[in-house]
Design a protein around this ligand. Structure first.
Ligand code: FCA
Length: 339
């Protein structure tokens, strides 16, 4: 019965598609020829070259192979690319997509396009916001519990400061911020509050606003802050993810600070952190709160598949948790999380 509904929807879509303009029509004819019974979904990510997203898309593809559906992996680094990716998916006969958007404010435009094509959408990692900046409740979402994971970062930094016997009054915090992205704000706020709870002086926290969520933008944001606050010898660093903390750590190295004077703690637990932990000598990158990108990729892809084939709508909002990994135990934690 469900399968019949699915096939009927597919046929309707195919006819609608044939009535569309020439570019899409050519592509869709190819899709019709190639069409088999397998359900097809898209998996669009904002940074396809980042280890977190590579693993997430890989995991989605794997669950598709296990359950028998096809996953088309696409990059969507700006609004234009995302909209073309959706057109492309539609032309290929996809019934929906999972997306981590390049800008959460694109939510209404993306949903508009998806609704025109009758495609189902789940967001992963970064949740859409509406024109008032509120989460778009109608779109199922799975992402990390930003505030709690941020708190784990702050607690890990405070514990390591104590282990190194640092006097908090003489330590500066480099808070690499991204105020455009709600999950980033949650994460850095959680970390800040945990540090303050542990007795870190608020006046020693300095903001470095980054333009993006990658290492290069964090490096550019961090460098001038370090130069302005040359009176501090000990630094702690936190941000929305480990790529950004690594940018901050690289900036401290360039500035001439030694690894033992820096405590950076990231978030993700992806290949970026594994590469850093695998270096011969320790760096200022002390650890990272690892979240399972494997689980994020698998769960969202499977949820979308069930939604399409069984009409089972996924939970409105799923929040996932994390575990601290350091240079000492990263391999064990990696295995535990199936990364
Ligand atoms: C955001 C960050 C990514 C990752 C993801 C879960 O999209 O930019 O690095 O932390 O959330």
């Amino acid at each position: 019965m469900r399968l019949t509904t699915h096939l009927t929807t597919n046929l309707t879509k195919t006819f609608t598609r044939l009535a569309l303009g020439s570019a899409i029509m050519v592509a869709s004819l190819g899709a019709v020829q190639a069409q088999d019974d397998e359900v097809k979904i898209g998996f669009i990510v904002k940074k396809p070259e980042q280890a977190w997203f590579i693993n997430e898309q890989r995991a989605a593809t794997e669950v598709g192979e296990e359950l028998g559906f096809d996953v088309v992996r696409l990059g969507g680094e700006d609004g234009q690319q995302v909209l073309s990716a959706i057109d492309n998916l539609y032309a290929q006969g996809a019934d929906g997509f999972v997306i981590c958007p390049p800008d959460v404010r694109l939510g209404p435009a993306i949903m508009n396009r998806a609704n025109q094509y009758d495609m189902k959408v789940i967001t992963v990692d970064d949740r859409f916001v509406n024109s008032s900046g509120e989460p778009m409740e109608g779109v199922p979402h799975l992402g990390m519990s930003g505030y709690k994971i941020g708190q784990q970062v702050g607690e890990a930094i405070a514990a390591e400061m104590e282990a190194r016997g640092w006097n908090p009054e003489e330590v500066a915090a480099l808070r690499i911020t991204n105020d455009e992205l709600p999950t980033a704000v949650e994460r850095t706020t959680g970390a800040t509050n945990a540090l303050l709870d542990a007795g870190f002086p608020e006046d020693n926290i300095f903001d470095a606003p980054q333009q993006n969520s990658d290492t290069a933008s964090a490096f550019s944001a961090a460098s001038p802050v370090l130069a302005q606050r040359g009176d501090y010898e000990h630094w702690v660093i936190y941000a929305l993810n480990e790529e950004s903390v690594l940018g901050g750590v690289r900036a401290t190295e360039q500035y001439g600070l030694k690894a033992e004077d820096v405590i950076g703690v990231g978030i993700n637990g992806s290949g970026a952190a594994f590469a850093e932990f695998s270096r011969n000598d320790p760096t200022g990158f002390h650890g990272t709160v690892a979240v399972s990108s494997t689980m994020h990729g698998r769960q969202t892809a499977e949820d979308l598949y069930r939604w399409i084939t069984e009409d089972q709508e996924p939970p409105a909002n799923t929040e996932t948790s994390g575990v601290l990994m350091t240079r000492e135990d990263w391999q064990t934690v990696r295995e535990e999380l199936g990364l």
